[in-house]
Design a protein around this ligand. Structure first.
Ligand code: SAM
Length: 600
């Protein structure tokens, strides 16, 4: 591909205005041109109040960035004058990422960053391992006094496309190639200094070496080797990291984004639909972290069946068989991570005796949020094969009644088998379409809706998701999810003395299946969101691209493989106030968001 064009730090020659340029006004002009004041005045007249606020915010950010970049550059310069041994000796312990092996220093910098978040988690976890006594084995939920919360990283919804859309439509952005260099992700404060470091590193690389030249159509078509794609991904990431500086003349951000999407699809074997969905969710560096984390399965975890054994005793029994286990974290008093095992963990005598259930760490979360109590009447609407339902039964200490339902007959057999093995005696297992459950039974104190979904949070477990999902699948899922959620709310007893709570969860990371479904229910029933009780995880989206959800959506929680070292997961907890069905509002913008028609 046509590489080797060199960029210098010098100003680019000013280009004449193209056709589109003339048509569109330039939102960045106040920060860019010499005619600063005049332009500012002009724009002030044209911009709305909100646009002006945004512009002012962006300018402030940009100035801060400039200052910081300067500082970082100086620091780096000093550092590079005294080369450290560390920088020259490769660390053999460093995690090998799927993108390792490509040539540029840029890539190493980026990669060390990608691996960094998980390694932080791992390190912390190791430290916790020492601290976390095996005898933290109360039978009740721990209340999630989780130290992991300090590691929690909140990410802005913004990403490449959002940066564009903040300026207006994507088309508008395309029309203004000169000015599309926004400070990326202004809300992403936690990652900002890391990003700055990274960017300054990349700039130094640029100053000293090759720079990416946009490939021709033929090059794109003919390119097939993975290392070449890998290098190009790095190059395009670099260009996008400082678009004004590194872009090619007459190339728009959208050209690079399209190229990146195409290459990421090839490199990670996704269809374009899902890759675009994921790109909409994360800023660039986080996108890479997510994609890489989704290539590796999360650690195997098991849940101690507290009806039969204490976690400490189970751990001892397994350790004596050579199974290396550790508490999953302070947030759970029943979860154990299995590091390695000389025997199949699903066939040990302890397993057959019902001492534990094989369960992903993420699947403990909705039950912790549900917080079942003894002697309650609880429904698990989509229960098969019974992982979460059996956890609920254990927390109920086999008292009260647990209704475990699933629409799939074959899968219901799985519930029966597991409940027998685990010694659950307080359950009624049913096989109904959950949407019809209000006609079967009502008046539950608590309900779990662990809804069927696209599985975009568990790509590592089921890589077929990468190529098998399309828009229709997503629509089918969120339609069913909405119906199941409304039916479940109708089954809930608003006057329950102990409860009136419902937890909605999915193993999808798509807002269409999560925040949008929850937002829909908030309008259709007399329910409110309450805190999940999970003090780690990332807040659910209140703003997602052009969509605006109810403010309380920040009480929901998102979990990601790259940030929490668990499958991608979503948890929301509702409290029901009455059986009143709110009057249908006339169609508003938000209604169209809820209908999913605007989801892109
Ligand atoms: C994510 S899985 C549930 C996993 C389960 N909660 C556990 O922890 O083991 C979703 C389940 O929903 C069931 N399902 C799909 N459509 C349903 C419907 N209309 N009513 C009830 N269950 C349904 C599927 O058969 C599947 O078992």
């Amino acid at each position: 591909m046509g590489r080797k064009a060199k960029f210098t730090d010098e100003e680019r020659p000013k280009k004449g205005k193209g056709r589109k340029d003339k048509r569109q006004k330039d939102p960045e002009a106040p920060f860019k041109f010499d005619k600063k004041v005049i332009q500012q005045d002009e724009d002030d007249k044209k911009l709305s109040h909100r646009q002006k606020q945004r512009a002012a915010k962006r300018q402030k950010k940009k100035e801060e960035w400039k200052e910081k970049r300067k500082e970082i550059k100086e620091k780096r310069k000093k550092k590079s004058e005294q080369p450290s041994e560390e920088a020259q000796i490769p660390d053999p312990k460093k995690k090998k990422t799927p993108l390792s092996g490509a040539s540029a220093e840029i890539k190493n910098e980026l990669l060390s960053k990608f691996a960094g978040k998980n390694s932080k988690w791992v390190k912390k976890h190791k430290k916790q391992k020492d601290d976390d006594e095996m005898d933290v084995d109360d039978e009740l939920p721990s209340g999630n006094d989780n130290d992991d919360s300090s590691e929690e990283e909140t990410y802005a919804v913004q990403n490449l496309r959002d940066v564009d859309s903040e300026e207006g439509t994507e088309d508008e952005a395309e029309d203004q190639p000169e000015n599309s260099d926004q400070p990326e992700n202004p809300d992403q404060s936690e990652n900002q200094s890391e990003d700055e470091n990274q960017e300054s590193d990349m700039q130094l690389n640029i100053a000293s070496g090759d720079v990416f030249t946009f490939p021709s159509e033929d090059d794109i078509k003919s390119l097939s080797s993975i290392p070449e794609i890998e290098t190009r991904i790095k190059d395009v990431l670099l260009v996008l990291s400082n678009f004004n500086k590194f872009r090619e003349e007459n190339r728009y951000r959208s050209d690079y984004v399209a190229l990146l999407t195409n290459d990421l699809c090839k490199y990670f074997s996704y269809n374009q639909f899902l890759m675009e969905k994921i790109m909409n969710l994360f800023p660039l560096d986080e996108l890479m972290s997510f994609l890489e984390a989704s290539e590796t399965q999360r650690p195997l975890t098991i849940r101690t069946n507290s009806l039969k054994i204490r976690r400490r005793d189970l751990a001892q029994a397994l350790i004596s068989r050579g199974v290396n286990v550790d508490p999953v974290g302070k947030w759970s008093n029943v979860g154990l991570v299995v590091y390695n095992s000389p025997v199949p963990v699903g066939a040990t005598p302890e397993y057959l005796a019902g001492f534990y259930m094989l369960q992903a760490a993420s699947s403990l979360l909705p039950v912790i949020a549900l917080a079942p109590r003894e002697n309650e009447r609880i429904l698990d609407l989509c229960a098969a094969p019974g992982g979460k339902a059996s956890h609920i039964a254990a927390l109920m200490k086999n008292t009260g009644v647990l209704f475990a339902n699933d629409a799939n007959k074959a899968r219901v057999n799985g519930i029966v088998g597991n409940f027998h093995r685990l010694g659950i005696t307080n359950s009624v297992i049913t096989c109904y379409d959950g949407r019809t459950y209000p006609q079967v039974m009502k008046g539950f104190d608590r309900i779990l809706v662990d809804a069927p979904c696209t599985g975009t949070g568990v790509i590592a477990k089921d890589p077929s998701v990468k190529i098998s999902k399309d828009e229709v699948d997503v629509q089918k899922c969120f339609t069913l999810q909405r119906e199941l959620l409304l039916a479940a709310i109708d089954c809930l007893n608003a006057r329950s003395k102990t409860g009136g709570y419902l937890v909605y969860s999915t193993c999808s990371i798509l807002p269409e299946e999560n925040e949008a479904v929850v937002n829909y229910a908030l309008k259709k029933r007399d329910v409110k969101l309450v805190p999940t009780g999970l003090d780690f995880g990332t807040e659910g989206f209140v703003n997602y691209r052009q969509h605006r959800f109810h403010q309380s959506l920040n009480l929901t929680r998102r979990f990601y493989p790259h940030t929490h070292n668990m499958d991608g997961f979503f948890v929301a907890k509702f409290k029901k106030f009455s059986d009143v069905i709110p009057k249908q509002k006339p169609n508003t913008t938000e209604d169209s968001i809820d209908s999913g028609s605007k989801q892109s």
